[in-house]
Structure formats: structure tokens, C-alpha cells
Ligand binder design. Structure first.
Ligand code: SOE
Length: 397
């Protein structure tokens, strides 16, 4: 029995469920030097967290996340809460010498993200590791895309084209949930799904966004209050409606430091698109295209072939020597969304066991936060806006 990595998770909704699947599965799929132990989960509702612990497979449960950090039989804190609590929990965990996995985006503000990145850098000197949960990096086809770019298969990248399209709030009767309030979520589609395509495109290209020109839109300005909206100011006319204070859609142009130009679109109003994350790279020697709705495939156009043989080929990313696939099934069987979280915790466990810095680090996630901030500032000013430099160069990446 390998040494245990004892985990305490805060939050148990969608991301908590996805992370729980990963912690339950990782040591059955991968041979690792540490064995994940699902020690305890924390949540605000006593009934809710008790039910979640039973359903998701946690040994214990509590309504006090601070008690997880105080325990000496917990080694890692996994933060699966709304963005307004990421900084408080991560800073306390790092100060207590706990490793940290924090969901994306890292924080709701640049100031919080800077504080978290500084604390993580400080804790790293004592062997404490921190990672931010940009899980789409761990889709095998995305990891292959990065590898092919690094191998020069598409040459010099000229265009980056990224969209992340959802449609879960197009109904005006959809209630005013936490993701639609700035004080809880930090921003709307921009920070929730825009953050993913910012991180993913920087990951696969190896280039960083330096300047942006943006617009944001909120199509539905007020929504029905629900029990989940408790404490939010209702409309003054007593209509039972509350103000949406985040973007429904964010669109921006960008320049990257390696010379590429880019377009980004993140929206929750793309009717019919459920979780459509797509990235296409056009280079001097070819193109690569990824579509999460076809996540086991990668499209490749090789302009080095004789023109009579050129065309987009469909690489089925299910071979044993494709990234991560060797742990799963024979060629052609495919994997799903939940596997990206298992790959994420696999890499985190490996980094902790070998004393390496996991990626994306908090410094990498700070850089994403700085891009989010530049997009918001550009949307307000209607001007091209530079991304502020991170205090420290991003680690890993
Ligand atoms: C909602 O947009 C959401 O759950 C995101 O928060 C996740 O990061 C994404 O993977 C799926 O959609």
C-alpha cells in the first residue's frame, strides 16, 4: 500500500462531484507513488454535505472548512467553491502547509490572484504544491495539439481562433444564481468559460496574450430571485427580480507575444451549443483544430504534403502512446469529460511525490486573471488594453 495523500475538499456541487470522481478513480487507472484518500468534504448545508459525502465517497463531512485545514491528517485542500471564497481558503491552506488544488478561475480579482500566487511561491520553498484546475489542458487531444505545435508540425502560428459556447441561461425565467452576481462569481461567461479558452490557447501555443480589444454584453438584465439568491437586493418595484451584474457574453481580439493574432468568444447565449469549446490554430506549415464535442479527435492539416494529398485529417486520439490514453482502454474506445479531472489529479499527485511544480501553477493562473482583467477594462473603455505584467514570470506553463 503506497503512502497516502489525504484530501479535504471544500464544496460538493458540479466541480465537487467531478473532483470526487477523479480522487476515487485516479489510483485505479494510474500507478502512482501516492494513494489518494478521500478523508473529508466540507459544505455549508449539514444535510447536503452529509448526503454528498455518502454519494461521492468521502470518509467524513463537516460544515466548517477551517476544521479541514486544522487537521494534521489532511495533506491537501481541494477548493471547489464559487470564486469569492477561493482566496480565503487557499491562503489559509497554504499558510498551514497544505497542498492546494483550486478550481478556475483562480480568484475574482487580480489583487486576490496576486496574493494567492505570492503565497504559493512562498509555500513552494517548503515543498508545498499548488495547482489551478484548468482541466481542458488534460484532454489527450489538447495535450497532443501542444506537442505537435512544439514539434513544429504547423510552423509559425499566425491565427488563434477560440470559442466557448453554452446556452444554459437563454430563458429569461432562469433564476438569479450565484454565477450571475459579480460579488460571488467575479464575472460571467468571461471568467467562467472565457478563462478556459485563454488558458488553453496559451497552453497549446506556448504564447501569452499581451493586448486585447473587447466587448461584453448582458442580454437579460434582471432575473427571478430564488432561495439561492438570498440576501440579494430585489428590484425596488417588488417584482421579485434581481439585477444580473455580470456579462452574458464576452468577445475580444488579442495579440500574443509570439506574433500570433487571435479571436475569442465566450457566451452563455449560443442557443443550441451546450458546452462547445473549439480551438483552431493556423500556421505557416499547417493547421490544428480541436472541438470538445468531439474530444477524442484532433484535426490536422499538413501543408508540407504534396498539394494533391493535402486535406484536414482526423486523428483519433486513442492510441496507447497518446497522452494519458495508455491508462484507459484499447484504441478507438474513447474517454469523457470526467477523465480530464482524473488526469489533473494524476499530474498533481505525481508533482507532489516528485517535488515538482504542478502546472498550471498559481502564477500561470494569475496570468489568466490578468488577461480577464484586461478584457474587462477594454470592454469598459472600448480601447485596446495591455495585459498587466505578472509580478513573477509564470512558472511551468
Ligand atoms: C459552467 O459554465 C461550467 O460548469 C464551467 O464552470 C466549467 O469550468 C466547464 O467545464 C463546464 O461549464
Amino acid at each position: 500500500m503506497s503512502e497516502q495523500l489525504r484530501v479535504g475538499m471544500v464544496g460538493y456541487a458540479f466541480m465537487g462531484a467531478a473532483h470526487s470522481t477523479a480522487w476515487r478513480t485516479v489510483n485505479r487507472a494510474f500507478d502512482l507513488p501516492l494513494s489518494a484518500r478521500m478523508t473529508a468534504v466540507s459544505g455549508r448545508s449539514p444535510e447536503g454535505v452529509a448526503a454528498a459525502a455518502a454519494k461521492l465517497g468521502w470518509d467524513e463531512h463537516t460544515t466548517d472548512w477551517r476544521s479541514l485545514i486544522a487537521r494534521d491528517d489532511i495533506d491537501l485542500i481541494d477548493i471547489c467553491t464559487p470564486g469569492d471564497t477561493h482566496a480565503e481558503i487557499a491562503l489559509a491552506a497554504l499558510a498551514a502547509g497544505k497542498h492546494v488544488l483550486c478550481e478556475k478561475p483562480l480568484a475574482n480579482t487580480v489583487a486576490e490572484a496576486r496574493e494567492m500566487a505570492a503565497a504559493a511561491a512562498q509555500a513552494a520553498s517548503s515543498g508545498v504544491r499548488a495547482m489551478c484546475g484548468f482541466n481542458y489542458r488534460r484532454v489527450p487531444a489538447v495535450a497532443l495539439m501542444r506537442q505537435m505545435v512544439r514539434d513544429g508540425r504547423i510552423g509559425e502560428i499566425r491565427h488563434v481562433r477560440a470559442t466557448y459556447l453554452q446556452d444554459w441561461i437563454i430563458d429569461p425565467q432562469f433564476p438569479l444564481v450565484w454565477r450571475l452576481r459579480k460579488e460571488l462569481a467575479g464575472s460571467g461567461a468571461l471568467g467562467d468559460i472565457g478563462a478556459h479558452i485563454i488558458d488553453l490557447t496559451q497552453f497549446v501555443t506556448g504564447q501569452s496574450i499581451t493586448t486585447v480589444s473587447a466587448l461584453t454584453e448582458t442580454f437579460i438584465k434582471q432575473r427571478p430571485l430564488t432561495s439561492g439568491s438570498a440576501g440579494l437586493a430585489a428590484s425596488s418595484d417588488g417584482s421579485g427580480l434581481g439585477d444580473v451584474t455580470v456579462d452574458d457574453a464576452a468577445l475580444f481580439l488579442a495579440k500574443l507575444d509570439g506574433g500570433a493574432v487571435a479571436t475569442y468568444e465566450a457566451t452563455r447565449f449560443a442557443t443550441g451549443r451546450k458546452n462547445a469549446l473549439r480551438v483552431e490554430l493556423n500556421g505557416s506549415l499547417g493547421s490544428l483544430a480541436f472541438d470538445f464535442e468531439r474530444q477524442n479527435e484532433l484535426e490536422f492539416y499538413d501543408a508540407a504534403l504534396p498539394t494533391t494529398e493535402q486535406g484536414f485529417s482526423r486523428i483519433l486520439v486513442t492510441e496507447a502512446d497518446h497522452p494519458y490514453i495508455g491508462a484507459w482502454w484499447p484504441p478507438g474506445h474513447g474517454i469523457g469529460y470526467e477523465h480530464t479531472f482524473t488526469h489533473e489529479v494524476r499530474d498533481l499527485i505525481e508533482a507532489i511525490a516528485t517535488g515538482q511544480q504542478p502546472t498550471p501553477s498559481f502564477a500561470d493562473a494569475l496570468q489568466v486573471q490578468l488577461v480577464l482583467d484586461a478584457v474587462s477594462r477594454s470592454a469598459e473603455s472600448a480601447q485596446w488594453t495591455s495585459v498587466e505584467p505578472a509580478l513573477e514570470p509564470a512558472l511551468g506553463g
